[in-house]
Design a binder for this molecule. Sequence first.
Ligand code: SGN
Ligand code: CA
Length: 552
Amino acid sequence: MSDMIRKPVSRVTAPRPFREGLRVGLLFCSLPCLAQQRPNIVYIMTDDHTAQMMSCYGHSPIQTPNLDRIAEEGVRFTHSFVANSLSGPSRACMLTGKLSHKNGFTNNEHGVFDGSQQTMPKLMQQAGYQTALIGKWHLVSTPTGFDHFDILQGQGEYYNPTFIHRDGTRSREQGYCTDIITDKAIHWMEERDPDRPFILFVHHKACHRDWLPDLKDLHEYEDQTFPLPANFWDTWEGRQAARQQEMSIASPHDMDLIYDNKIYLPGDTSRLTWSYLNYVNRLDSADRRRYFQFHDSLTRVFKSNPPTGRALTEFKFQRYMRDYAKVTKSLDENVGRLMQYLEDHDMLRNTLVVYTSDQGFYMGEHGWFDKRFMYEESLNTPLVMRLPDGYERRGIVDEMVQNIDYAPTFLDMAGIPVPDDIQGMSLVPLLKGPTSPSGGRRKGAWRSAIYYHFYEYPAEHMVRRHYGIRTERYKLIHFYPHAPADKDKTRRPYIDQWELYDLQTDPSEMHNLYGNPKYRKVQKQMHRRLRQLQREYDDPIEKELQDNPSTL
Ligand code: SGN
Ligand code: CA
């Protein structure tokens, strides 16, 4: 619905007394009406939702009309990247506007977020914003800078999930995770002080592994056959780290037929059966029966004529895609529900709505699921925004943006000075006018390269540590050696390999051009720019590698 035909205001809760707004508004400016003009921000972040499964990005095998609506009424970023493709690190980048080596949360395995540091929610809170966080947190320490939070424990559960409340208590709540998070977000908006601006973080568990659908969606997409990506059968020639990952759909160890694909009858066992049953058995008995009725019949069909070899891999791919699509359907509907609330309460005019994910994901590209690599599918993250009044930009934004940009953007929009030590850039200049201030592509007007650094190794999925840069056309990556944990635990040899890609001629990153004489000049330039960025961002990795690689 366009801005012109908005529904009449129908607040469920009556506005609180005027003086309450005045009292807090005074913190920031002398008139409450001016304070009220500062935009609200609804930041919706999903887990592992990728642009290949969002219809406004084109090529999606499923429709996501409610997510598309945000893009249609606002902007869609086509070059939106993360700085470290993993949940905790991404969340820490978003909250601080700083890269992992600066905010200290480099990996999920050992990370504990230092909540005493400066964060964007704290700065907003200090400036009079109401701050709330609902859903996945995953940063281990207790959230700071939020007036209200209601978070999932760890990764969270899809069915009857347990929440940790602000007073430290926990409770198991009845229902499907995506619905509950949306209900809680709406409830918080109902209860908030309407005279003060707010920032609300809605962090979904969907579409994280193991993709357990809402029971109402069990039968969705079952007739759909999903096309295999062109590089599904990639054999990872010339890419040592890609060869050694453990996130392959074909591998019975990496993608588990029971846990991931739900092909299970009582008595069947695998490495992850216990986890699978643990999650499904959270359902109440009637729902559990309904769940197993559906999956038992799939399993019986499978067992009556079990596929092998490539047919088995393709079967796993289809099951993976269907489950992911089901989980995404509920997500899309719930984002629609939240948008409807904002529209019904006449809030869209003065609210920035952001939809993004903590990173992208492989939907069979290179034969994979999961993320972590600096290759396109997981370096990218979907990003669409519906802008408040006063921001004229519409349609595609193709400048390179990164999740460290969200913090300075929100602060800037709220009129809060952006601290010097924030490493991201405010996107406000890109969103203000009807077109980009650079007129699209003028050199020097916006950043021309982004920096990436992934740290979690040795760990699940076994993606080597690496850093690199991506420019508009090229990508340079260094998978670097790090020991001794590497050698001791996994007995795998070190990898010390550079990769170079020409994204124009090889967008699927199948051909490592590093050392190719034709690209000598490009390679040299990319090395130079990488060094520049590492210096600018103050990432000590190069020096550490030179000084003492065996201690990393
Ligand atoms: C879990 C998943 C992994 C996933 C990580 C990190 N395994 O450990 O597949 O890569 O989370 O994901 S599972 O058996 O528990 O499903 S992240 O998005 O939180 O970083
Ligand atoms: Ca994630």
